[in-house]
Design a protein around this ligand. Sequence first.
Ligand code: ATP
Ligand code: MG
Length: 233
Amino acid sequence: MSDSFRPLLEACDVSKSVSGPEGRLEILSKVSLRIPQGESFAIVGASGSGKTTLLGLLAGLDTPDTGHIALHGHALEQLDEEARADLRRRLVGFVFQSFHLLPALTAEENVMLPLELEGSSAARQRAREALDAVGLTPRRRHYPAQLSGGEQQRVAIARAFVHGPRVLFADEPTGNLDQRTGHHVCDLLFALNRDHRTTLVLVTHDAALAARCDSRIELEEGRVVTPHASEHA
Ligand SMILES: Nc1ncnc2c1ncn2[C@@H]1O[C@H](COP(=O)(O)OP(=O)(O)OP(=O)(O)O)[C@@H](O)[C@H]1O
Ligand SMILES: [Mg+2]
């Protein structure tokens, strides 16, 4: 199978339960999907339908109770936390719904982190270029508390792509942005997808952004309700 047709991500019958005040609650039920390398893929659905949970499982941040997930050919359920962390460092960029910037580091230092973890030289220079791409050069010395929500989101996006990941997961990447900045950020994500073949997996409530993706699934109470298989899936 040629590399371009091998799925970058494959999930098969993935289920996840959590314990809540009323006992066990199944938040994902038998979710299956297949995302070819280089594709853009949207996960949509109402608040509480399980989108963030699914994104975390696909990125190897958490493990399913049952089911199988393969990221770039690696069966995530067979890896321990350390091996999954290594895979994430090498292959994955993640933009969290709540950004997860480190408060004691400036914007620039936050973006440098993934590069420093891989021992890259020129970390500062590359971080500056990434911040420039999201329009934040004037704010690079600011700490997260000194940035607006949308600015923090753009720092998080710069940090997610600065090390050139194979796949970028973004949870509501335009959720806190005005329309113009949101468009700019979307264009940036799709440029990464086009120019570097970075696979994009986006959670979004924005119908226009979902429509721009090659494929979409909709979650309803933890189940896939409308699979839109891509042509080559
Ligand atoms: N650790 C947890 N413990 C208990 N319940 C949880 C936990 N994490 C998530 N849930 C519940 O699981 C469901 C799915 O949550 P999730 O964050 O995946 O939804 P979402 O689709 O991302 O929603 P939103 O659009 O509001 O971000 C929700 O009902 C939530 O309350
Ligand atoms: Mg969410």
